[in-house]
Design a protein around this ligand. Structure first.
Ligand code: GLU
Length: 307
């Protein structure tokens, strides 16, 4: 694999609302992985989907408040559309894309039939004739652009999960509204930002073989991955706003401080209740569990006492 010079790790939040404790914990881990291996740490705002006004500013302020810092300017995906278009054009020139006219509902109906994994695009539009395509175009249905994948599976290596093989399908590259899709944008960005270490929540592990395959098709290096456990609520579901005091602002309103929240995150990782900077020396990714942190209290987060 090509060696990336001056490589970076990153945190890439979607500015759809305030970061919750689980997001903050992932950000701390991404920072620790990057800083403990001498990498730059960059922040990227994944703002091609839902954006809530003011969320980005609050997210950056919260990350800084719990003791994280980053290198260089914050990058926004919405400023990088030409880069995604160029990558899509390269794939198209190589015969690796096709237009898809399916609605979400049609795909859902097709994928509940007993063929292929759930959510796997069944290839309805892959082999349309030119006449069929022309008919769809005159119907006026907006076309998405899909990858013409020549693999059904791809294997990646993950620092916590080891070898992980997962499905690859004809992933959407450009949505029907013309906006580049997340799976394409993330691959282009990571490579162009020289990010060779991707640390993120393990809910994204199943998408990773698709992204690594896409990187390979584009001739881009595949990053090192570490998919870290999420924070779940008492019912074992992904943390949500209704689960109580889940954001930094909620915790401050209960009388906590950013330092206490950072300390609680450290103790949730099995470390003494200290700041991210103080964790750096002793940080060892091989200590990390694959088990989620169950947040069964919905009030003030209490850092555990120093062991
Ligand atoms: N923006 C995505 C999210 O907040 C994460 C993307 C990534 O880390 O690759 O879920």
């Amino acid at each position: 694999m090509p060696v990336v010079r001056n490589p970076a790790g990153r945190y890439a939040p979607s500015p759809s609302g305030d970061l919750h404790i689980g997001n903050l914990r992932t950000a701390v881990l991404a920072w620790l992985f990057a800083r403990s291996t001498g990498r730059r740490f960059v922040l990227r705002i994944d703002d091609l989907d839902r954006v809530r006004p003011g969320a980005e500013q609050r997210q950056l302020a919260d990350l800084a408040a719990i003791g994280l810092d980053w290198d260089g300017p914050v990058v926004r995906q919405s400023d990088r559309l030409p880069h995604y278009r160029a990558a899509i054009d390269r794939l198209t020139a190589a015969g690796l894309t096709y237009e898809c006219y399916c609605t979400r509902r049609e795909i859902q109906q097709a994928t509940t039939a007993p063929h292929g994994p759930l959510g796997h695009y069944p290839g309805t539009c892959r082999d349309l004739t030119e006449t069929e395509r022309a008919a769809h175009r005159t119907d006026g249905r907006p076309a998405a652009l899909r990858l013409r994948a020549h693999a059904t599976e791809f294997e990646i290596t993950d620092e916590l999960h080891g070898s992980y093989r997962g499905p690859v399908d004809d992933v959407v590259l450009r949505r029907g509204d013309g906006i580049p899709a997340y799976n394409l944008a993330v691959v282009v960005d990571d490579a162009e930002q020289r990010i060779d270490q991707v640390v993120r929540g393990d809910d994204l592990l199943p998408s990773t073989p698709r992204q690594a395959y896409l990187a390979t098709l584009l001739g881009l290096p595949v990053p090192h991955y570490a998919h870290v456990p999420l924070v779940l609520n008492a019912a074992g579901k992904r943390l949500a706003k209704r689960d109580g005091a889940v954001t930094l602002a909620d915790q401050l309103a209960l009388g906590s401080t950013p330092d206490r929240v950072a300390a609680a995150l450290a103790s949730s990782l099995g470390y003494p209740p200290v700041s991210p900077a103080e964790l750096l020396d002793g940080f060892d990714p091989t200590d990390l569990t694959q088990e989620p942190w169950i947040l069964d209290e919905n009030g003030l987060l209490q850092p555990a006492r120093c062991p």
